[in-house]
Design a protein around this ligand. Structure first.
Ligand code: NAD
Length: 326
């Protein structure tokens, strides 16, 4: 059993990953500054004898080095996340998403530590292909639009991780997540399913941006976490990039209608221009669908839970959270 560091382990995906690693018998150190994560995400785990929670920032080199000491695997998930947060604070995005990744990779090289890098489908930018595979081109918009800073920062992380693999043999695995959803995700940073479910359960209109024909795919966090763990246990995965996501697209309009139906809400679905949420120079990506054949070939699985079951789980968890807060 290994000692693992999970940066961003108090976040949505990180807390599920920390739980899965503890269940697998590993020792887990979580390093998180609780900027978008919450200590309560770790409530179920906090008294676990093999968990250590460190409140600190990956931008603090001493805190990062101390948390990584003795780790045999680093799962690097801490980042400035979400298109909205990134568009609002581009300096923080670059400081959080680039320099600390380099430092953690250097620490990993010194001790031969396995490394998982959480990347994102945003690295494909606005590539017009119907289905993206890992070798497709990255197509960002101009640097005058901060919206692209998130994907570009994660692309630099990928270059760094692959460089450390190539030059120093560091066993790195890069996972490009496509819209991961499930309990504990919050809608505050532009994440669509928690936002729609919250609006439906509060009886508010579900606000769909633009014409609602944009298409996305969704994967349940429990399946994504299984993929991460399997990839880290598969030696042949080292040095490669993997799309990790569901591969059945749905339009945002259909998604909103499905959530209204499944919650039994009386809410209406309304349409608004992007400007209202993201400012007037916002550019969106119309369709974002992964080719997950490399993932399936390498670990023999891909996220496949049907969207209906994913939505029911999020609706159930959101109802519980609302009931607890009343
Ligand atoms: P999240 O906001 O819940 O998790 C990020 C965590 O990182 C939070 O707990 C936050 O407090 C922590 N963090 C941020 N800055 C930090 C810092 N300077 N020092 C220490 N901790 C810091 O978001 P998430 O959805 O769980 O995302 C996890 C990772 O997955 C991120 O790297 C994100 O880019 C990536 N990702 C997520 C999705 C998705 O659909 N959720 C999609 C693509 C990529």
């Amino acid at each position: 059993m290994a000692r693992c560091l999970v940066t961003g382990g108090a976040g949505f995906i990180g807390s599920h990953l920390a739980g899965r690693l503890l269940d697998g018998g590993h020792d887990v150190v979580v390093l998180d500054n609780l900027s978008t994560g919450r200590k309560s995400n770790l409530d179920r785990l906090i008294d676990h004898p093999r968990l250590r929670f460190v409140s600190g920032s990956i931008t603090d080199p001493l805190a990062a080095a101390e948390a990584a000491r003795g780790a045999e695997a680093i799962y690097h998930l801490a980042a400035a996340v979400g298109v909205k947060l990134v568009a609002d604070d581009p300096v923080r995005t670059i400081e959080t998403n680039i320099y600390p990744t380099d430092q953690l990779l250097r620490l990993a090289v010194q001790s031969g530590t396995k490394f998982f890098l959480a990347s994102t489908s945003e690295v494909f930018g606005k590539n017009p292909k119907d289905r993206w595979n890992e070798e497709d081109d990255l197509q960002f918009g101009p640097t005058s639009r901060p919206r692209w800073a998130y994907g570009a920062s994660k692309a630099i992380d990928e270059f760094l991780a692959l460089a450390y693999h190539q030059q120093f043999g560091l066993p790195v695995v890069i996972g490009r997540f496509f819209n991961v959803v499930g309990p504990r995700q919050v809608g505050d940073y532009g994440m669509v399913i928690p936002r729609f479910v919250g609006q439906a359960l509060r009886g508010e209109p579900l606000v769909v941006y633009d014409d609602g024909k944009q298409e996305r795919c969704f994967a349940h966090v429990s399946e994504v976490v299984e993929c991460i763990v399997s990839l880290m246990e598969t030696p042949g995965a080292a040095g490669q990039v993997f799309n990790i996501g569901g591969d059945e697209p749905i339009s945002m309009r259909q998604l909103a209608e499905e959530i209204v139906r499944r919650t039994g809400s009386a809410s209406k679905v309304v349409f608004r221009p992007y400007d209202e949420a993201y400012g007037h120079r916002f550019e969106d990506v119309r369709r974002r669908v992964p080719d997950v054949s490399r993932l399936e070939r390498t670990i023999g699985r891909k996220p496949s839970l049907p969207l209906g079951e994913i939505l029911d789980d999020v609706i159930r968890a959101t109802r519980e959270t609302i009931a607890e807060s009343e």
